[in-house]
Design a binder for this molecule. Structure first.
Ligand code: H79
Length: 425
């Protein structure tokens, strides 16, 4: 399979759930707590000893994802802190040795599969727990400026063996896995520093259809990308203004990963949540630029997704239930961004996402005589194409079309979708 074939389902599905969960849920100050507060292995150990997620029920996570309209999920099997949610034979630093006493990845995979969702693994190639990962002088390591680590010798090849071995375990022991999400390369820690070619060959050997992000390094936008450059681009906390094109001007699959508040891992004080409307419009914006949205939740130490996050997911789900056809299997339209919102398109169905009601009829540049039928997507009710009174005096009626939306307010303030069935050309 080539990249185009591998990523077909991914581009059709458009919307996934990112889950950041690990020991850092206990201090509850975000997943970077070890680095930000320069916490030693010894001081972080107490979280390992007390990790006991009594309310861990991945079936509930999967139901929440499905109800939100998400089609796949990606869970942190190991974050930068090095703690493994899976039963790795290569370390003792894993969930099975905490009071949780079980392989949490296994339960995740089973639960999400059962709901019909595709399953992905996030795996941090950075590791602040492994003794052979660079510590002193590293950009991010909790011990980066600790003098006791200045002279410490490491054997990075041994770390690579560990890292490759864990990837092998993850892709061997849990059946078919749909996404491998590595995080991340920096400075000279990139590409072959990770023995990336070898790693990719091993991965493709075990899971030929899996899709892989672009964070092992390389240049996915090159016309001749490295074998490890990945299947999709992974912009973080940003929707790329113009989508992502390669050097030949061809679309590169991409997925924006975005938090609901300001942290990936659970943070008890961070209540800076986006609104459901922002999330819906961000999803639409991604699709309008040929991208996906991977929306994050950070379950707490007991395994519960924050109430605020669940509330947002639910409202997004309500909208998706009525308007999902304007997202799944859709892509950018060959029309400029309209004044009132965004377009997405699937074949001869053009979806007008009206964000801004304005006043009077909605104007569709260039679509005169191109629209066979217009409907409100949410209920299927027809909308008439009409040239407004005296419109010829002050607007373009030669090539533009107009639809009058009744009422002063949008039927759906989150995003009112008008389905335009185009005449075949
Ligand atoms: O797993 C999530 C993040 O933890 C990880 N990638 C996503 C998917 C990530 N690693 N690095 N970064 C994101 C960017 C680094 C941000 C930082 Fe900071 C700025 C690290 C230190 C300063 C943000 C603010 C995190 C801690 C303080």
């Amino acid at each position: 399979m080539n990249r185009k074939e591998r990523t077909k389902w991914f581009l059709d599905d458009r919307f996934g759930m990112f889950i950041h969960w690990g020991l850092y849920a206990i201090p509850a100050r975000g997943e970077w707590v070890r680095s930000v507060e320069k916490i030693s292995n010894e001081d972080y150990e107490k979280y390992f000893e007390e990790f006991n997620p009594s309310h861990f029920n991945p079936k509930e996570w999967a139901r929440a994802a499905k109800a939100a309209g998400q089609k796949y999920a990606v869970l942190t099997t190991k974050h930068h802190d090095g703690f493994c949610l899976f039963d790795s034979k290569l370390t003792d630093y894993k969930a099975t040795n905490t009071p949780a006493k079980r392989d949490l990845i296994k339960e995740y995979v089973e639960a999400f599969r059962e709901e019909g969702l595709k399953v992905g693994f996030y795996y941090s190639i950075i590791d602040w727990h492994h003794e052979n990962y660079p510590a002193f002088g590293d950009r991010n390591h909790p011990m980066r400026d600790n003098e006791n680590f200045r002279k410490k010798q490491i054997n990075f090849d041994q770390y690579l063996e560990y890292m490759h071995g864990q990837v092998r375990e993850l892709l061997t022991n849990y059946g078919k896995i749909d996404i491998m999400w590595f995080d991340f390369s920096y400075d000279d820690m990139t590409g072959e520093k990770w023995k990336a070619t070898e790693l990719i060959q091993m991965i493709r050997d075990i899971q030929p259809d899996i899709i892989i992000d672009n964070r092992l390094g390389g240049n996915i936008k090159s016309s001749n990308p490295e074998i490890y450059a990945g299947d999709f681009y992974s912009p973080e906390q940003i929707v790329p203004p113009g989508g992502i094109l390669d050097e030949n001007g061809e679309q590169v699959p991409w997925e924006a990963c975005i938090t609901l508040n300001d942290n990936w891992g659970y943070h008890s004080k961070d209540k800076n949540y986006k609104s459901p409307k922002q999330v819906i419009r961000t999803l639409v914006e991604c699709v309008s630029k040929n991208g996906n949205l991977l929306l994050n939740v950070g379950p707490d130490a007991r395994g519960i997704i924050p109430q605020e996050s669940l509330g947002i997911l639910q409202e997004v789900g309500n909208w998706m239930q009525r308007n999902g056809e304007s997202i799944y299997r859709c892509k950018a339209a060959k029309l400029p961004k309209p004044e009132w919102g965004r377009y997405t398109q699937n074949g001869n169905k053009l979806y007008a996402h009206v964000f801004d009601r304005g006043i009077g009829p909605i104007y569709f540049a260039g679509l005169k005589d191109k629209i066979k039928k217009a409907r409100l997507l949410a209920d299927g009710s027809e909308l008439k194409i009409e040239t407004p009174w005296m419109a010829e005096q002050y607007s373009d009626i030669e090539s533009g079309a107009f639809i009058n939306l009744e009422g002063a307010r949008l039927p759906d303030e989150n995003d009112t979708v008008i389905e335009l069935e185009l005449v075949e050309d």
